[in-house]
Structure formats: structure tokens, C-alpha cells
Design a protein around this ligand. Structure first.
Ligand code: 5GP
Length: 188
């Protein structure tokens, strides 16, 4: 997506360890117009997949996911990173956080993810694919079906994209970063 690529080159910052900071338009301050364009592109790419639910993981996936749900007229559920005391029928799994380098438990209520659901998963970044694999585990526990995964930014020098595509999952990433070494952003 050209608009997104230009914005990453203009405002993205790289950090040691292969981290791209986009907190002036995606991860902290957000550009709603860009986010809406991103969501339109996801809606276009996944329009014929028979999806009936958008699922994401808090916090940064929520903004794009809610716009996708709005455009596709579908409900949006987000996986929680803290276990609420009041959650009914909880499904949970463990995810390794790339940015925080620790394991954490994530959960979703089976009231909102069930065997009726054909899921589109939306997230901000695809790095090693740990969040996405956690999502697949929750989807399997619920007896739901994954129809596609959409990422705003994929880092091609990490393994997540290959792992997910090798599983036969329809993965779409709107900007693919080839390299961040020497603090230079190289986009495919
Ligand atoms: P994965 O689970 O694919 O290993 O990592 C994806 C998650 O880690 C994303 O949801 C995002 O929150 C975070 N992440 C991974 N790489 C980056 C990065 O380069 N920049 C930022 N801002 N977040 C990242």
C-alpha cells in the first residue's frame, strides 16, 4: 500500500534489534485517515472469504480492526492481555512478546469466539508470528475457522510470515520491511 509505505519512510524510526517505531501514526499517536485507508485495503483483500468476525489483540490491533469491522459490517473482538475476573467461558493461551521479551497469558471469551465463526485476524505487526500463533490456538480451542490474517507491517527478515504461509493461511501485509540493519528502512 503506497500511502503506508511513504509514511513509514517519512516518519518511521528504526531501533537496534530490528524494531521499527511507528508511534507517531500507528502505535501511540494515530492517524485516523491513514488507519481508515488501511482498513479499506484489508476489507478489499478479504472481501470474498466468507468472514463473519474480525478478531485482534490489544492494544495496537484494535484501531485497524474496528475500522475493518465498520467497513465490512462485522463484529470485532479483541483478545485480552489481562485476565478479567468476570470473564465467562474463558479460552486462554500463552504468547511470547517480541517487544517485551516475556511470556504472557492472553484470553478471549468463548461467548464471542465459537464454532460458528469464520475469522479474519488483524494486527499491527508480524514479526516472529507468536501473537498470530497464539490466535490460531484460541481459534482451534473455540472450534472456529481462520479465513485470513492481515498485518499493517510485516518484517520479512523475521520468521512469522513464512510460518503462517507454510500453514496455508492467507496472509496479507500492507507494507513488507526487508531490512532494518544500519538503521535504514528498506521496504519491498
Ligand atoms: P510477533 O508476535 O509476530 O513476534 O510480534 C508481533 C507483535 O510484536 C506485534 O503485535 C507488535 O505489537 C510487536 N512488534 C513486533 N515487532 C515490532 C516492531 O518492529 N515495532 C513495533 N512497534 N512493534 C513490534
Amino acid at each position: 500500500m503506497e500511502l503506508l509505505k511513504q509514511r513509514i519512510l517519512q516518519d518511521g524510526k528504526c531501533f537496534p534489534g530490528g524494531i521499527l517505531k511507528v508511534d507517531s501514526f500507528i502505535n501511540h499517536q494515530m492517524d485516523p485517515a491513514l488507519m481508515y485507508n488501511i482498513a479499506q485495503e484489508f476489507a478489499r483483500l478479504f472481501q470474498d472469504k466468507g468472514i463473519n468476525k474480525i478478531v485482534t489483540i490489544e492494544a495496537s490491533g484494535i484501531a485497524p480492526a474496528i475500522f475493518v469491522g465498520y467497513i465490512m459490517h462485522l463484529p470485532v473482538v479483541f483478545v485480552k492481555k489481562k485476565e478479567p475476573k468476570t470473564m465467562h467461558n474463558m479460552l486462554s493461551t500463552s504468547v511470547h512478546s517480541f517487544t517485551k521479551d516475556r511470556e504472557y497469558k492472553v484470553c478471549i471469551s468463548a461467548d464471542f469466539l465459537s464454532s460458528d465463526d469464520k475469522v479474519l485476524f488483524i494486527d499491527d505487526f508480524l514479526a516472529n508470528g507468536n501473537a498470530a500463533l497464539g490466535m490460531l490456538d484460541l481459534i482451534e480451542q473455540a472450534g472456529a475457522e481462520i479465513k485470513g490474517m492481515g498485518f499493517i507491517i510485516e518484517k520479512a527478515f523475521q520468521s512469522g510470515g513464512t510460518i503462517l504461509r507454510d500453514k496455508g493461511i492467507h496472509v496479507e501485509s500492507l507494507a513488507i520491511i526487508e531490512d532494518l540493519s544500519n538503521c535504514r528502512i528498506v521496504i519491498r
